[in-house]
Design a protein around this ligand. Structure first.
Ligand code: IMP
Ligand code: MG
Length: 184
């Protein structure tokens, strides 16, 4: 049986996601924000977050490819699918699961910023401030973590371990048990 080095338990995550939803609901009362979720990693965080919101809102999805190979970093990023909703004069909140180098989000912020939104904020479950290379304004952050590679709760290593209900560090042992996949 694989032993996980748990960083955040399912209970800790649930509690923090609930607090973030309360904070966002308070900040956006009277507005109908549009959440733009970064696929694939933020799908579980988004599903849990929006179910705790108490304000009307809309959700859209965007895919960016960062040519990431396993846990190695890369800063070649491409927008793969485009956002369907009209962003003009909208309060937009980007949802990501983790801000690492910041390259992905800085590109998306620039792209979305061209649409003359009313406001644009970033909500991430995890933040690795010590790994930052590009500046991104993170408004809502669940947890800060050191520069380690983590999996679970939507986060993958070579497409594996997204389904874990908790967040664990990718240990050499866990790496060994991951199937090799070509898709990032
Ligand atoms: P960036 O370096 O901030 O551009 O992060 C790009 C993407 O890499 C994130 O949205 C995640 O999908 C992925 N990523 C970064 N750090 C981790 C990690 O620790 N585990 C799993 N995926 C990660
Ligand atoms: Mg991601």
């Amino acid at each position: 049986m694989t032993e996980y080095k748990t960083i955040f338990s399912a209970e800790e995550i649930e509690k923090r996601v609930c607090q973030l939803a309360e904070e966002i609901s308070r900040d956006y009362s009277g507005s109908r924000p549009l959440f733009i979720t970064l696929l694939k990693g933020a799908f579980i965080f988004t599903a849990d977050l929006v179910r705790h919101l108490t304000i009307p809102h809309e959700i859209d999805f965007v895919s960016l490819s960062s040519y990431r190979d396993g846990s190695k970093r890369s800063n070649v990023i491409k927008v793969v699918n485009h956002i369907r909703a009209d962003l003009r004069d909208r309060d937009v909140i980007i949802i990501d699961e983790i801000v690492d180098s910041g390259h992905t989000l800085s590109l998306l912020v620039k792209t979305i910023g061209e649409h003359r939104t009313r406001s644009l904020k970033i909500c991430t479950l995890l933040d690795k401030p010590s790994a930052r290379k590009a500046e991104v304004p993170v408004h809502y952050s669940g947890f800060e973590i050191p520069d380690i590679f983590v999996v679970g709760y939507g986060l993958d290593y070579r497409e594996m371990h997204r389904n874990l209900p908790f967040i664990a560090e990718l240990t050499p042992r866990l790496k060994e048990t991951s199937h090799i996949s070509d898709s990032g």
